[in-house]
Ligand binder design. Structure first.
Ligand code: 5GP
Length: 361
């Protein structure tokens, strides 16, 4: 569907290391194989396998982390991921990643994040607004928005970063991530995510760090209800996150609470289907949430791992739920309300979407 591609889109749930190009993962794995650090033939089929249950996906992430965890590679993949989202007409991207330590490479959580930010700054095929610095200069800002509206000049994209806490981490490591996010607020970091294998870790371990983030005004999104765990789902909803991701394994009581609290849901159709969390698109909870006008945002999750793109997710939703161009445009535009960046960025995005509407028909 050509129009899904050409329409401006907002991506709010994309994991950096899940969004790496297949070709890059294979190239890096081959290099490590040549150095003798891994056996390439052992990992090649794991990388190329298409359908993985949720637990297998986390095994793949461990492999990707072995392949990608040095500063230079982190910078390279960040750059490529942004170029790919921009090529798909994503105009605002909230990219999330787990700051990692790797003593053998001299990497701290801070230096990992510096490598990510360096990757964002090093994008040159696309113009990037990071950290709102363009907003200080009215004329630069208005050119940026005009070009996005008219499709003139270089492609442009707003990029903001969420720092993820991995459920394998300790309370101290989670707090370290939140403290880092606070320090990087002026450098494009706009919020916190809780992710990682949902069968690992306890909600109470992460609560102090998440409460600290909240007190400091950092918005929070939680992976919630990827596996059946009513006690945790309830505790997460009671915490009042700004958004949640997935919401696949909710029972009636949890749906009612979610709807009463009106918490926006980041929906990742292909990811949920590929990991067999949801049997198929036609039984996905997107349909009920959409019908009841619950706030939701279509997202990719891990476009590399699941071989998808945001356009492909829009095309899938359009065909699975019988939604036309105009409904899909409205869905894309509505996401503006749920971004974690400033009101000024929201205003810019409203202008960009209004301009796109005139070209839609
Ligand atoms: P990274 O944080 O390393 O940039 O991106 C990969 C990480 O994101 C994974 O190791 C995992 O912690 C998290 N992640 C990616 N996809 C999913 C998902 O579908 N569910 C959950 N819970 N975590 C995910």
């Amino acid at each position: 569907m050509e129009w899904c591609m050409s329409m401006p889109k907002i991506e709010l749930h994309a994991h950096l290391n899940g969004s790496i190009r297949d070709s890059t993962v294979l190239e890096l794995a081959r290099e490590l194989g040549e150095e003798g650090a891994i056996v390439f033939s052992d990992v090649e089929h794991v990388i190329l396998k298409n359908d993985r249950a949720l637990n297998e996906v986390f095994k793949l992430f461990d492999l990707i982390h072995i392949i990608t965890t040095d500063h230079k590679t982190v910078t390279r993949i960040t750059k490529e991921v942004i170029e790919d989202f921009a090529a798909d007409n994503v105009v605002y991207l909230e990219l999330r990643t787990t700051p990692k330590r790797n003593h053998s490479k001299g990497m701290s959580k801070r230096s990992y994040m510096e490598a990510v930010l360096e990757g964002i700054r090093s994008v040159n095929s696309v113009e990037v607004d990071l950290s709102g610095k363009l907003n200080t200069d009215a004329s630069t800002r208005s050119h940026f928005v005009d070009d996005l509206c008219n499709g003139t000049g270089n492609k442009k994209i707003y990029v903001r970063v969420l720092l993820s806490i991995d459920r394998r981490e300790t309370a101290e490591a989670a707090m370290e991530t939140v403290e880092l996010a606070i320090k990087l607020k002026d450098f494009g970091v706009v919020g916190i995510d809780l992710s990682g294998n949902p069968n690992v870790g306890q909600w109470l371990t992460f609560l102090p760090a998440l409460e600290c983030a909240k007190k400091q005004g950092l918005p929070i999104t939680l992976h919630c209800g990827e596996v059946p765990n009513p006690v945790e789902i309830r505790a997460m909803l009671d915490f009042l996150p700004k958004r949640i991701g997935h919401a696949c394994c909710f029972e009636d009581e949890e749906w009612k609470l979610l709807q009463r609290l009106n918490i926006p849901v980041e929906i990742c159709l292909t990811s949920n289907i590929r990991t067999e969390t949801i049997a198929s698109a036609d039984v996905h909870h997107f349909a009920d949430l959409y019908k009841s006008n619950h706030p939701l945002i279509l997202c990719t999750d891990d476009c590399g791992v699941f071989s998808t793109s945001l356009s492909a997710e829009y095309a899938l939703a359009s065909s699975a739920f019988g939604l036309g161009k105009s409904e899909m445009y409205q869905l894309a535009q509505k996401a503006i309300e749920f971004i974690f960046a400033s009101e000024r960025v929201k205003e810019d995005l409203k202008t960009i979407f209004a301009s796109a509407l005139t070209k839609l028909n």
